[in-house]
Design a protein around this ligand. Structure first.
Ligand code: PLP
Length: 467
């Protein structure tokens, strides 16, 4: 079947949902075709992967190790898993891809706890990290042992080299590892006018998820361990996590095509320029709000009423992705293929409500319930010492006079005694005296059951959570 006969395929249509919508760059496809010759050793023992290792050493740091993988989620999960022990936790922003968009893979597959925090522009700071970094040595708490930042962030902002350095300094001061999700690393470097090393290894990043797919590859990313021993067991974890490519030459060939020359920079700079151009167009529409800077290839725009098309002659913006619950923002992205798409996106909204105070009982109600409990206990003690019970003869006479009504009243009294500190054995003995062994036993069982049930609800109401 030819591509033109596929349903709903328009080769010229551009959408803004994600930079993943574009095809692969022609230079990448050429590199793949070139790698597709003859036989080559599998699982990374091929010449392309060897060349990639050498390139990564030159681009980032001589001691850097590179491990190609299939996708960004895999890179993040394996990189973090290799950097942390089983009891480790990762501090990140609520807006982080690892927190929002990886189907809980860091938790489920990586076995890691994420400690997310609110970062309004998507960027962590040492102050924010310090607010979340505590509890080491406490066996009740997952141990904060890594900080993960995204460059460029999910909100399209970029960390300057100084900002990364300050974070690395703070992270290392607490003995933690600094991980960077560099899914759009090229866009950040192009925006900052910095080299790849300046915003990663030179600034103190320990483990990097090096992006590729969003910058024109068909499908390849890599874990780059920048500081020796910052991540352990990479050679095993790729397999365990199903990210060890058997025909790895095709992953490495793509990464080589992107990073060997300036393709990564050309593509990222073009994507950034297209995003800036899109923003300029949107700025001319008064109804459109733009309250986040456009630094990389992401434009955040608040479109009035979720409209699907723009005003004033701008091309149609297709909202290709479903809205996030409660979201009102639209993320527009531009990327190397020149395509774009609009995505209803809620990342500027906190996905979680504040932990403090949510669902907690007001202090006044708790005080009132405690006072009531104290009052009931005092009343019962008073009853024990101050209420004179009728004599046995008088009680037997009353039981005979009242018949069935008397039995019901006795059961009620039995149950009421069950709510007090008075021992219910007194009532059991009374039941025997008044009604004999057989009927007295039945009356006692019913009374004690009702009393126990009532005591349970009284205790729950006054002493614990409202039921
Ligand atoms: C910031 C970020 N990190 C990682 C990823 C990797 O995702 P995937 O597993 O789909 O390659 C993405 C993809 O959208 C992303 O935006």
């Amino acid at each position: 079947m030819s591509i033109s006969s596929l349903p709903d395929t328009d080769q010229h249509r551009r959408t803004f949902a994600s930079d993943n919508y574009s095809g692969a760059h022609p230079e990448v496809m050429a590199a793949l075709a070139e790698a597709n010759v003859g036989h080559a050793p599998a699982y990374g023992d091929d010449p392309w992967t060897a060349q990639l290792k050498e390139l990564v050493g030159r681009l980032f740091a001589p001691e850097a190790e590179v491990h190609p993988v299939f996708n960004g989620t895999g890179a993040n999960v394996i990189g973090l898993q290799a950097a942390l022990p089983r009891w480790g936790a990762v501090i990140c922003a609520y807006s982080a891809h690892i927190q929002n968009d990886e189907g809980a893979a860091p938790e489920k597959t990586g076995g890691l706890k994420l400690l997310a925090l609110d970062a309004p522009d998507g960027k962590l700071t040492p102050e924010l990290v310090e607010g979340r970094a505590w509890g080491w040595g406490d066996p009740h708490r997952a141990q904060p042992l890594a900080v993960s930042i995204t460059q460029s962030t999910e909100l399209g902002t970029c960390y300057t080299p100084d900002e990364v350095r300050a974070l690395a300094e703070c992270t290392h001061r607490y003995g933690m590892v600094l991980h960077m999700d560099g899914s759009r690393l090229g866009n950040a470097a192009a925006h900052l006018g910095a080299s790849l090393a300046e915003i990663t290894a030179d600034a103190g990043v320990d483990v990097l998820s090096l992006g590729g797919t969003k910058n024109g590859l068909m499908g390849a990313e890599a874990v780059v361990v920048l500081r020796p021993h910052a991540a352990l067991g990479m050679e095993y974890l790729r397999k365990t996590n199903m990210q060890l490519g058997s025909k790895m030459r095709f992953l490495s060939a793509q990464l080589l095509a992107l990073y060997e020359g300036d393709l990564w920079h050309r593509s990222a700079a073009h994507a950034n320029a297209m995003a800036a151009r899109l923003r300029r167009g949107l700025e001319e529409i008064p109804e459109v709000g733009l309250d986040l800077p456009t630094q990389a290839n992401v434009v955040f725009a608040v479109l009035p009423g979720g409209q699907e098309s723009s005003a004033r002659g701008l091309p149609l913006l297709r909202l290709a992705w479903p809205p996030w619950p409660g979201a009102s923002d639209v993320l527009l992205r531009h990327h190397p293929g020149g395509c774009g798409c609009a995505r209803r996106c809620g990342v500027r909204r906190r996905p979680m409500t504040s932990e403090a105070g949510d669902g907690a009982e007001p202090a006044w109600l708790s005080l009132l319930r405690n006072a009531a409990l104290g009052g009931v206990v005092l009343l019962m003690i008073w009853l024990v010492f101050n209420v004179d019970l009728p004599s046995v003869d008088a009680l037997q006479q009353m039981a005979a006079d009242w018949g069935l009504l008397g039995i019901l009243a006795f059961i009620g009294l039995y149950a009421a005694v069950g709510l007090t500190p008075i021992p219910v054995t007194v009532m059991a003995a009374a039941a025997g005296v008044l009604y004999g062994v057989a009927l007295g036993s039945i009356v006692a069982v019913i009374g004690v059951t009702l009393g126990a049930w009532g005591a349970y609800w009284l205790a729950r109401l006054l002493g614990s959570e409202p039921c």
